[in-house]
Design a protein around this ligand. Structure first.
Ligand code: SF4
Ligand code: SF4
Length: 217
């Protein structure tokens, strides 16, 4: 008797769910690409190379991103800046920068490794290609222009929402200290498992003034 009761209880749950789905009261399918689901703030999508507000490139060609990449899909070559007309504030800049998107696992380790927040990720994930060469994103495709516009490999792709290159996490990181501006005042990621007392993310001004205080001793 007990078993039969449990059986009918289970059937009731299944039947109820079926009814809600069939009648449209509980829709679990998104009609992509007609409808786009809102992505989480820290969604790992297509990369972008950022600039400083004055137009200087943030990449200093240090290759740390390439060293951190577990899929070995980043290739960087640095070149000395022209002292009269530097491309980046460092000694060097990344004059070759490539990411092979066929190998990328979108882990974000390159973003974590970068000392200047030059490489960040956006919310755009529509990147299908019909050949292997087009999946290799070059500096020209990754680097935003001086107005903050990010080029898309296929600007006419009907599936690619170009706005996602502008409104996503990676774009905001160009103007925030370490993460989207929305994370200011929010506790940072923990470097180790378990409880830890981490300071919240500061804003750019607070971080800059702390660095200058530290430098002054
Ligand atoms: S997201 Fe991960 S796999 Fe992709 S380029 Fe960056 S480090 Fe490499
Ligand atoms: S993107 Fe960042 S880590 Fe990679 S070479 Fe440029 S400055 Fe270095």
């Amino acid at each position: 008797m007990g078993l039969l009761t449990e059986f009918f209880k289970g059937l009731k749950v299944t039947g109820g769910t079926m009814l809600r789905t069939i009648t449209g009261r509980e829709v679990v399918t998104t009609e992509y690409p007609k409808e786009m689901r809102e992505k989480p703030q820290r969604f790992h999508g297509r990369h972008v190379l950022n600039r400083y507000p004055d137009g200087m490139e943030k990449c200093i060609g240090c290759e740390l991103c390439a060293g951190a990449c577990p899929a070995h899909c980043i290739y960087v070559r640095g070149m000395d800046n022209d002292p009269e007309a530097p491309t980046s504030p460092g000694e060097r800049f990344g004059y070759v920068y490539e990411i092979n998107m066929l190998r990328c696992i979108f882990c974000g380790l390159c973003v974590e490794a970068c000392p200047t927040e030059a490489i960040t990720m956006t919310h755009l994930f529509e990147m299908s290609t019909t050949n292997r060469e087009d999946a290799i994103y070059t500096r020209e495709t990754l680097l935003m222009d001086t107005q903050g516009n990010v080029p898309h490999m296929f600007p006419d792709d009907p599936l690619a929402d170009q706005e996602e290159l502008l409104t996503a996490d990676g774009w905001l990181r160009a103007t925030a200290s370490s993460g989207a501006a929305a994370y200011e005042g929010v506790q940072m990621w923990q470097g180790t498992p378990g409880p830890a007392d981490w300071d919240p993310e500061p804003d750019q001004d607070a971080r800059d003034s702390k660095q200058s205080d530290d430098a002054d001793g």
